[in-house]
Design a protein around this ligand. Structure first.
Ligand SMILES: Cc1cc2nc3c(=O)[nH]c(=O)nc-3n(C[C@H](O)[C@H](O)[C@H](O)COP(=O)(O)OP(=O)(O)OC[C@H]3O[C@@H](n4cnc5c(N)ncnc54)[C@H](O)[C@@H]3O)c2cc1C
Ligand code: SF4
Ligand code: SF4
Length: 442
């Protein structure tokens, strides 16, 4: 007998109906919002604003007919903001599926990747201007020169460089890339530079962004947020356990230590908050003192390792002047391979610094532990329970095998970075007397 029954139709995806109201209630009001501005740039009705001020870094609704928690366009069926949000519901699994055609395994705490390398720009000036190995700047310069991109969404310091207010901006030349090189430890929603880039006629963009921003493009692509997501073709992530509120400058650095931001020329976090001053002075501030200025948007963030970038970059490792480079996608691998082949960067196997890879994993665990229990459970799959803190561990003890048990992920995270990145030898002497000038808006 022949079975003539028709095959079962594939299950239909439920229609996406979530709008601003759900975004507000599930992400913004609960503390999951990172301030990445994905919702702001995607809104087709331009009704989502962004609060750039200290204590802010959050989206808000510009129309108030329905109050701040609802949207008239949402009521009429617009769902773009929730589809653009890389903290809304199953964002991690969706971005994984889009990029890697699978979700991460439980033990892939730092996300899915192909290779880990230690890299540095071959050009000495690019290397000097970079925070670590200058890889990010070298990547942007190379991708511009080779037609992969025509501009990058990146970050600058507002004005002449003395404000230390990190702001998003566009780089389309080598000089512009280098003007933004280095790290500022306050928040810059680089996605917001997309309007300027499109106005200037650019159509092939790199996004340089903190881990939270790196998930914006793949989430948008997966959830079919059309127009705004298409120009982003290359995604570079910066490893991150937190950013600080801008209020840290007047309230801690100046009020307690007399360090005025207009006199600062460089900063870094390597075990301590390092600050170089224009007159050559060098200062170190204990990271524990800085915790009170952790930006609100970072307190629940589960992604240390920029798990959805093409290439993720960080400064952990034995050598301060190399960039830890996590190559995730085929595009990332293609670009890195070509740059190694033509001598634009110098690369060493990541295995030469196994401690750095191990530390990345442990810091990724620490960050995942911050993701709250009420939120999407898959983000915490595989996260081991915290180990009990040892009583009165000696101060000079090496980094623990697992991050210490803590309810304050930042504390453990930064202490781990602190221990791991602490420059060998003493404190109080300037490790880099030739710190580059403060970067500025081009
Ligand atoms: C706020 C912050 C926190 C970080 N935390 C860690 C950490 O905990 N552990 C770790 O290993 N690495 C961390 N990093 C990454 C590290 O500092 C370097 O950015 C990375 O190693 C790349 O170095 P590079 O020399 O290759 O980059 P560079 O060539 O110096 O290029 C850096 C790029 O980052 C952009 N940028 C600078 N500041 C910001 C900002 N505030 N927001 C967005 N973009 C910015 C610049 O515009 C530039 O395009 C952090 C970076 C930042 C900005
Ligand atoms: S996480 Fe980003 S996209 Fe989501 S609500 Fe916050 S700013 Fe908008
Ligand atoms: S910890 Fe870093 S990646 Fe996470 S929200 Fe804060 S700035 Fe973004």
């Amino acid at each position: 007998m022949t079975d003539t029954a028709a095959p079962a139709a594939p299950a239909r995806k439920p229609r996406w109906t979530a709008q601003w109201k759900e975004l507000y209630e599930e992400v913004i009001d609960t503390g999951l919002c990172t301030g990445c501005a994905g919702c702001v740039i995607s809104c087709p009705h331009d009704v989502i604003g962004y609060d750039h001020q200290a204590g802010g870094y959050k989206p808000f609704h510009l129309e108030d007919e329905l109050g701040p928690t609802d949207c008239i366009h949402g009521q009429k069926g617009c769902t773009t903001c929730t589809r653009a949000c890389p903290r809304f519901r199953t964002w991690e699994a969706e971005a994984d599926e889009h990029l890697f055609a699978r979700t991460r395994e439980p033990d892939e705490m730092s996300g899915i990747y192909q290779d880990v390398l230690l890299t540095r720009a071959s050009d000495d000036y690019v290397h000097k201007m970079g925070q670590d190995g200058g890889l990010v700047s070298a990547l942007l310069i190379w991708a511009l020169d080779h037609g992969y991109i025509d501009a990058a969404l990146t970050s600058y310091v507002e004005g002449d460089g003395t404000s230390w207010k990190a702001v998003p901006g566009v780089a389309s030349t080598k000089d512009e890339v280098l003007a933004g090189a280095g790290s500022r430890y306050t928040y810059s929603a680089n996605t917001l530079a997309i309007d300027e880039a499109l106005e200037r006629g650019f159509s092939k963009l790199a996004l340089v962004g903190m881990s939270c921003q790196s998930s914006v493009p793949p989430v948008m692509w997966h959830r079919k947020v059309g127009k705004i997501s298409k120009p982003i073709v290359f995604n570079i992530g910066l490893l991150c356990s937190k950013t600080f509120d801008d209020a840290i400058f007047p309230e801690l650095f100046e009020a307690k230590y007399g360090l005025k931001k207009q006199d600062m020329v460089k900063m870094n976090i390597k075990g301590v908050f390092q600050i170089w001053m224009r007159n050559g002075d060098y200062h170190e501030i204990n990271l524990k003192e800085c915790h009170a200025w952790t930006r609100e948007g970072c307190k629940c963030c589960p992604d240390f390792s920029a798990e959805h970038a093409d290439i993720s970059t960080g400064g952990i490792g034995e050598n301060n002047d190399w960039t830890l480079t996590i190559v995730r996608t085929d595009l990332g691998r293609e670009i890195i391979s070509r740059m190694i082949d033509d001598g634009s960067i110098i690369a060493r196997p990541g295995d030469e610094d196994p401690g750095a890879i191990d530390l990345m994993r442990r810091l990724s665990i620490v960050s995942r532990r911050r993701w709250p229990e009420f939120a999407e459970a898959s983000v915490k799959v595989g996260v081991p329970p915290p180990k009990k803190k040892k009583a009165a561990a000696p101060a000079a003890e090496a980094l623990p095998k697992e991050p210490a048990a803590t309810t304050d992920g930042q504390a453990a995270s930064n202490q781990a970075v602190a221990d791991a990145q602490a420059p060998e030898g003493a404190t109080g002497t300037a490790p880099d007397a030739t710190a580059p000038e403060a970067p500025t808006t081009p």
